[in-house]
Design a protein around this ligand. Structure first.
Ligand code: HEC
Ligand code: HEC
Length: 462
């Protein structure tokens, strides 16, 4: 199998172009712009991560290199997980389609965009981009998807190609779920926005394309129909990271057990991560890379030996995973650094009423009691940022699936980037107004309609 090493001529969209690949799997067009300088990165707007008070002191070259390596990992590193997504699930065959050596109809770009996959416009060669604009590229042909994979333009998905041009395997990256694009080229096609939750992405539908789901039926010890029903229940913007440790496909009330994909920006300074506070950022990165993406790495967590709570993990010893070579652990430090550098984006100018937001800020800190838990500027508690379900007035289903059985105070910066899918871990509140109404009732705050409007404007401004 060959993976963008060397350079070769590929027919793409009927145009012959030369793709020059210089490095390994993570080398790509579209690594793009240099990382921001400290000044630009914090631009005084929203960074919980720092200020420009140091006058934009240059970073040590080693730090700069580590940040860039971390970005590469976030965007392009599969950690060897193609052994799972391709070799085992055979997802690459479903992408190719029968006409190109795979199975079924194949995944056309139109279908790929429909299931929420995003295309990195900067990775598309200029001539091809012009042809797309001119409507001369067939977006209903899976061959076009293969061409996009060849230039590494499908965000979060890497294709590995045989010498004869057929797809040998496919792997996934962090960017699949935690990046989107700015739609500057066309809907679903644009510049990468790292750290933004992809709330269009239908992970369940994508996995459901796989010709072979036996890795899931074996792990979960259920039949294929059950796996398919669970995958179909997730919908856009959601994934169930706990399924692979506790096997709970649905909530007891029959609703989907999946949670929303959270942003991966604005996390510097925040102690515990995930909706239920499983651990630190590097803890969770190792968990995801090894237990969810099925990368080849090391993962240790004896809490998963609790067979009553985590029957799947205890049975399969998922808290004691070793792989040789370990393709994950050497990447964790730089990946962590890169994540810490991702500031929450400022609310776009004009997207909220500044005067109302200012009044809302006063309410947030005072009468509405929000600042009790969402402590600015982190908007979560410095310290042990977890709460019992009854403290926030919701059921304990998701909390109980985690080691501490609590919910983590969600950091609120950049809420405007993930309105789609709703709020709270499962999107139970469709709008920010619904969230505010919930707290008003729960804490008997006695907020007026005007107060609520102001609070919502404040939340939109964060
Ligand atoms: C298939 C989609 C998917 C992929 C791929 C994925 N994540 Fe996530 N990520 C999620 C979901 C869903 C959650 C919420 C999990 C929970 O609370 O149970 C999450 C949570 C997180 C969090 C916690 C955010 C917070 O608010 O504390 C971090 C950090 C994170 N992911 C980083 C990564 C990194 C790094 C990678 C690659 C190694 C990655 N994720 C790959 C879906 C994904
Ligand atoms: C007792 C602590 C506590 C208080 C007080 C509190 N929150 Fe929260 N907040 C949380 C927790 C915990 C979550 C995460 C809920 C979940 O994961 O389902 C959360 C989630 C949220 C979210 C959803 C974030 C997302 O990404 O979906 C918003 C918005 C929010 N709170 C706003 C507020 C506002 C406004 C107030 C004041 C009226 C407030 N909170 C008061 C603890 C608190």
């Amino acid at each position: 199998m060959r993976n963008r090493r060397g350079s070769w001529v590929v027919p793409i969209f009927g145009v012959i172009i030369v793709v020059a690949g210089s490095g390994g799997c993570s080398e790509s067009k579209g690594t793009g712009q240099p990382l921001s300088t400290p000044d630009a990165a914090t631009d005084g707007s929203s960074g919980a991560a720092g200020t420009s008070e140091d006058g934009g002191m240059p970073l040590e070259p080693r730090t700069q290199a580590a940040l860039e390596a971390g970005r590469k990992t976030f965007r392009f590193e599969t950690f060897g997980d193609q052994a799972f997504w391709g070799d085992q699930l055979k997802l690459h065959q479903a992408i190719e389609g029968q006409a190109h050596g795979g199975v079924g109809p194949g995944l056309s770009p139109t279908m790929a965009l429909t299931v929420g996959l995003k295309v990195d416009a900067e990775a598309i060669p200029a001539g091809v981009a012009a042809n797309i604009k001119a409507g001369q590229v067939n977006l209903d042909d899976p061959a076009t998807t293969l061409s996009l994979l060849r230039v590494n333009a499908v965000v979060g998905v890497t294709g590995f190609f045989n010498d004869d041009g057929t797809l040998a395997s496919v792997g996934i990256q962090c960017a699949l779920c935690h990046s989107t694009v700015d739609d500057s080229f066309a809907p679903g096609i644009g510049k990468r926005l790292d750290g933004w939750a992809n709330r269009d992405l239908n992970v369940g539908a994508i996995i459901g394309l796989a010709p072979d789901l036996s890795p899931f039926t074996n792990l979960l010890q259920v039949d294929e129909a059950t796996v398919r029903a669970v995958l179909a229940s997730w919908g856009p913007g959601k994934f169930d990271a706990e399924l692979a440790v506790d096997g709970k496909g649905m909530r007891p009330d029959g609703k989907p057990a999946a949670t929303l994909i959270p942003p991966a920006f604005g996390l510097a300074g925040v102690n515990l991560h995930t909706w239920t506070g499983w651990g630190s950022i590097p803890y969770w990165n190792a968990f995801v890379a090894v237990l969810e993406m099925m990368g080849k790495g090391t993962f240790f967590d004896p809490r998963l030996d609790d067979a009553a709570k985590f029957p799947v993990a205890a049975r399969a010893k998922r808290g004691h995973v070793r792989n040789d070579p370990d393709l994950v652990t050497p990447k964790l430090a730089d990946l962590h650094l890169y994540q810490l550098s991702l500031n929450a984006p400022a609310a776009p100018a004009g997207s909220f009423d500044a005067e109302a937001a200012a009044r809302g800020g006063t309410l947030f800190a005072g009468k509405a009691q929000c600042g009790r838990c969402h402590v600015p500027p982190l908007y979560t508690e410095p310290g042990w940022n977890l709460h019992a379900p009854e403290e926030i007035g919701i059921d304990d289903f998701q909390a109980k699936r985690s080691p501490d059985e609590k919910y983590r105070t969600a950091p609120l910066r950049g809420l405007h980037t993930h309105v789609k899918g709703g709020f709270y871990h499962d999107g139970r509140f469709a709008t920010l107004r619904d969230v505010v109404d919930h707290y008003d009732q729960l804490f008997e705050l006695g907020l007026t309609d005007a107060d609520k409007d102001d609070l919502v404007e404040y939340l939109k401004s964060l």
